[in-house]
Write a protein that binds this ligand. Structure first.
Ligand SMILES: [Fe+2]
Length: 294
């Protein structure tokens, strides 16, 4: 099964039907696509910029634990998770855009503990925002709407998840909660998806100077299930660390998540009612986090 590649520069210059159709088709079938030609740094074209974000993991554990995500209801901060039952072994830091309207609070180290780190994160958020905005526009067109529809209707709240997996590290099967996940993959591989209609895990090989995109549960709900929030997991079986950076673009906390008018009739259940009743995104997000087994 081939994962398609979307050229973001071509989308910027022409916003062609071909590209929009390719995205719509990917979101309904294989449920993921690569993106090339964005302004985001990748592991190949600007390793140093990404190292500025990931050097947090080199700190002693007692420093990292000063911003423990385990004490924060909305999972902001750092965690080392080693859980045999849930099949998880990895470290992560989860941070939201300081300029966003997010309802969860970030946690930061003192500047002298990791000089320049907060600035590097803020710089990355600016780059990420322009890419997220373009992909939101492409999604809006692919949904048959005006290009600013998603951003104007649901807003766009960027957050970033920095990841480090030791050799043997893993992340269990799950789907993401929000609208859009942008995955920067290093050269080690290890990400797998289970496309719609398949019981087979498909490797997502890293491709130079690209990132991998897929949608989350909230956008699946907005399309009443026509687009698919793909289950995915990580198995890092090589030596050395595997690094990843996932950038989420999610609805505003107070947005109402329910199927768009032209999607309500897509997906009737046995009672002839659409499956996705309206819910405030904040409640949806918390409920889904509580459902995760890790
Ligand atoms: Fe995920």
């Amino acid at each position: 099964m081939d994962i398609p590649t979307i050229d973001l520069l071509s989308f910027c210059s022409s916003q062609s039907d071909d590209i929009v159709n390719k995205i719509a088709n990917a979101c309904q079938t294989i449920s993921a696509f690569y993106v090339t030609n964005s302004t985001l740094p990748t592991f190949e074209n600007d390793y140093e910029a990404l190292q500025q974000l990931l050097r947090f993991f080199e700190l002693p554990i007692d420093i990292k634990n000063k911003i423990s995500g385990k004490i924060n209801r909305d999972h902001r901060g750092y965690a080392f998770t080693e859980d045999v039952e849930s099949n998880e072994l990895r470290e992560w830091v989860y941070i939201g855009d300081e300029n966003g309207d997010s309802y969860a609070k970030n946690q930061w180290l003192e500047e002298e503990e990791l000089p320049g780190w907060k600035h590097a994160i803020e710089t990355h958020f600016k780059l990420m925002s322009s890419t997220g905005k373009l992909l939101y526009q492409a999604f809006s067109l692919a949904l048959g709407k005006e290009k600013n529809f998603l951003e104007e209707t649901f807003h766009r709240e960027p957050t970033v998840l920095l990841l480090r997996y030791p050799s043997g590290g893993k992340c269990p099967e799950h789907t993401d909660v929000g609208f859009l996940a942008i995955n920067l993959l290093d050269s080690t591989g290890g990400l797998q998806i289970k496309p719609r209609g398949s019981d087979i895990w498909v490797d997502v090989p890293p491709r130079e100077n690209t990132f991998l995109c897929h949608i989350g549960d909230a956008l699946e709900r907005v399309t009443n299930g026509l687009w698919y929030s793909v289950p995915h997991r990580v198995r890092h079986e090589k030596s050395g660390y595997r690094y990843g950076i996932v950038m989420f673009n999610n609805p505003h906390a107070e947005s109402i998540i329910s199927p768009l008018d032209n999607y309500i009739t897509n997906n009737f259940d046995e009672n002839n009612e659409h499956k996705s009743l309206p819910i405030i995104y904040k409640d949806f997000h918390r409920r889904r986090l509580n459902e995760l087994k890790y």
